[in-house]
Unconditional design. Structure first.
Length: 430
């Protein structure tokens, strides 16, 4: 019995000694050096979310997630210009909540999340995450940009600093660069009337200079291209044919505007929009044109915006700042195509890891499953995009981090572990 007991002990000990450990993942930086990682970009790099940049959103930025994984292979501390609170420095944060529209219908959707704002003041130290909300490609090279952008002002080394210069002062060994969205986004979100698109020549020169500088001391890195912004929820949520008419309403509109070439029918119809190129100053939308998320919903529902006021017989077209026409969409897509050709060529010329977010967004449009969870571009319910319809949720940023990791591992022969997106939130229910 004594020997049988000892034999059992030996077998049990052998079984436990052979049990695989979770920590046996073979971390390997490959030919990359993650000891000092800096990230450069705009709001997508900063961690902007739900219409604001606030502490929790920053902690869930994709560079912060990446740095956590790099730390397992010798990556150093990763400083961010963290806010003190949850409302940012500029009002505009959104949350999910209930609101009642002009028809008396109550629904769940984005509502203001008001609270005490952080002061716009320098945090007094250099940071690794140099994502600057609002920055275009050229702004990363612009001396004195901190005097115009309060987000950069919070961590700029001095009022005349450049983002790239401050990045180089960190002596980076590795960097990520995701810039260019804002070179076209402001044009799109203003309906083509509040901003201009950066020229291809200027964009190419800016990005070339940025990468030349970042790699000048031997740093390696990853660069990402620009997704087609017209496919994010900000541009795809409000249907352009949302003018739903009954037979009597359609007949009345045809009587009022039929002689001008307008056609209305029972059911969904395209809204009427302003158009300076039209002889009468307005027209109906056509297939492929887009309404922006900022279009006033109550005005559409109760003030006859996009239709004809039956009390006066006067058309009430949707103002241009809420619309993207086919021509404007073509300008945006042509710009993005050119920008992405530049980014791809620079990635090749400087031997950088390359992340094709233009292709990735197309996959998300179709719906992808990651770690058992579905991500789509559907507004509110799609898990990937936050309530401003442009920036990502924490879950979306985790997916972005994983795409960077895939590209880095492939390029540099590293073995950086990916994160599970199940550990990150989408939208918080009220």
């Amino acid at each position: 019995m004594k020997y049988r007991y000892l034999l059992y002990i030996m077998i049990i000990g052998l079984l436990f000694s052979c049990k695989p450990e979770l920590d046996e993942y073979a971390y390997d930086s490959g030919s990359a050096d993650f000891s000092t990682y800096v990230s450069l970009g705009n709001s997508l790099t900063a961690g902007y979310m739900n219409g604001s940049l606030y502490r929790t959103s920053q902690l869930n930025s994709f560079p912060s997630i990446l740095a956590g994984q790099f730390a397992k292979m010798g990556g150093g501390a990763f400083e961010q210009p963290l806010m003190e609170g949850e409302y940012g420095i500029i009002a505009g944060k959104l949350k999910l909540g209930y609101s009642t529209d002009c028809l008396g219908a109550t629904s769940l959707g984005p509502v203001p999340d008001d609270g005490a704002l952080d002061p716009i003041a320098s945090i007094g130290k250099m940071v690794n995450n140099m994502g600057v909300p609002g920055a275009k490609s050229g702004h990363l090279l612009f001396p004195g940009y901190a005097q115009f952008n309060p987000y950069f002002a919070r961590f700029a080394s001095d009022p005349n600093a450049t983002v790239v210069g401050d990045a180089m002062a960190m002596n980076p060994t590795f960097f990520t660069l995701w810039i260019g969205n804002n070179d076209v986004l402001g044009y799109g979100t203003s309906g083509g009337v509040g901003d201009t698109i950066t020229s291809q020549t200027w964009f190419a020169g800016y990005v070339q200079t940025i990468v030349e500088t970042l790699t000048s001391a031997g740093a390696k890195g990853a660069i990402a291209n620009i997704p087609d912004i017209t496919n994010v929820p900000f541009f795809t949520t409000v249907p352009p044919n949302g003018l739903v008419l009954n037979q009597e309403q359609a007949a009345a509109l045809n009587a009022a505007l039929g002689s001008l070439g307008f056609q209305f029918a029972e059911g969904p119809n395209y809204f009427i929009i302003q158009d300076a190129s039209s002889q009468i100053g307005f027209r109906q939308m056509v297939e492929g044109e887009l309404l922006l998320l900022t279009v006033p919903q109550d005005a559409l529902k109760c003030e006859y915006m996009g239709a004809v006021n039956p009390n006066t017989g006067a058309p009430n077209p949707i103002p241009q700042q809420y619309v993207l026409t086919l021509d404007q969409i073509d300008q945006i897509e042509n710009a993005i195509t050119g920008y992405n050709a530049t980014i791809s060529a620079i990635a090749t010329n400087f031997n950088l890891a390359f992340v094709d977010f233009n292709a990735i967004l197309k996959e998300v449009e179709e719906g992808i499953i990651a770690d058992g969870e579905t991500l789509t571009t559907e507004f509110v319910t799609g898990n990937a995009f936050s309530l401003d319809g442009i920036h990502l949720t924490a879950k979306g940023y985790a997916y972005v981090a994983n795409e960077f990791i895939k590209a880095i591992n492939m390029k540099y022969g590293s073995n950086v572990p990916m994160v599970s997106i199940t550990n990150y939130e989408a939208l918080e229910l009220p």
